[in-house]
Design a binder for this molecule. Sequence first.
Ligand SMILES: [Zn+2]
Length: 415
Amino acid sequence: MDQSADVKSIEKWIEELDQFNQTPGNGTTRPVYSKEDMEARGYIRDLMLSAGLTVNEDNMGNLFGSLPGTDQSLAPVWTGSHIDSVPNGGKYDGAAGVFAGIEALRMIRESGLPHKRNISVNVYSGEEMSRFGVCCIGSRALTGRLKPNDLKSHKEPAGKSLYQVLKDAGYRPDAFESEFPHKAPVYASLELHIEQNDVLEKAGCSVGVVTGICAPTNLIVDVYGVQSHAGGTGMTARRDAFMAAAEISLLLERLALESDSVYITGTVGEMSLEPNAANVIPGHVTFSIDIRSVALEDKDDLLEKLFAGMQEITERRKVCVEHTMMNHDKPVICDEHIAEIIRKSAADLGIPAMDIVSGPYHDSLILGDITKVGMIFVPSKDGLSHNKAEWTDTGDIAKGTDVLAKALFQLANEA
Ligand SMILES: [Zn+2]
């Protein structure tokens, strides 16, 4: 293939998509199924159509832009990513992979070279967990991890269920079980994404070949103590829910630091205190725990120690603790055959590449349930992401796109 990615188009698309944004001038805010997200889908749909792709949308809002191959009896190759964002996030997270996919398919189409398998660039709905507390809504639904009942139980903090929000957005969530394409096989999935860390930047590599994707385990922890007067209750008489929560948080940090896992993280990102008043000892604290690793057994090991520690802390502090496991996802080891195709494509194009592990989760983690997956990373400046300062050189996205196109083309010609 002689075609190479057009940096100017990618740059323009990224800027244009960013007009669908609740917080212009203060990062990108595009919650899944919001007005801005729906408008952004319309924009992507038009772009897919003008790239000569056949466009389909399912009842979770997943978009599929397909380039037909010569043998319709073969399972398709997928690429793509997401377009929703966290509050005040960046404009490259997700979008880079969607545009890289559209551009790669344009290159393959314009090369005029035949490929056997259909290649589809997909937009997966709601990769970020910020609206409904569950990540990768679209890909979970595609793989059968999200059941119809879950649509009613997952709610946004304001109270609307995922089911209701889907209906309000014009989808038919009741139809989703019967129509889902997860029932049809997928040959391989290859997603391009920004790195969201600074490993590539530090190494001076434009392309990362992802070998494994860490998976999140998310818990909500409730600590119940006794609400009482900050002045009236002596230090030894307290049953302080916050101090217990703080001690559990520090234990989480220590366990993650002391773990001998190749890569493991522990985060407390949300906490609410009741009654949340300066002169009252909190009687109830709710907080989140997020644990990620490339090895499930390392997460299990950390969790076991955390639960044992929690028990000790709560008994000593005479408080009660309850936890709800929101998800306990299995990490994915990327397919070595796909990784090798990515390495070779980069080498052929003279693009410096290196193997890398993904700390953040991606739709590919979930798609690993139904197909073999690969990922291509492109550098994030200073490793920043989920931040308005998130920035990736479009030249690097274009290099990643060249590698993506070459690798997709090869996969689509495999028997
Ligand atoms: Zn992302």
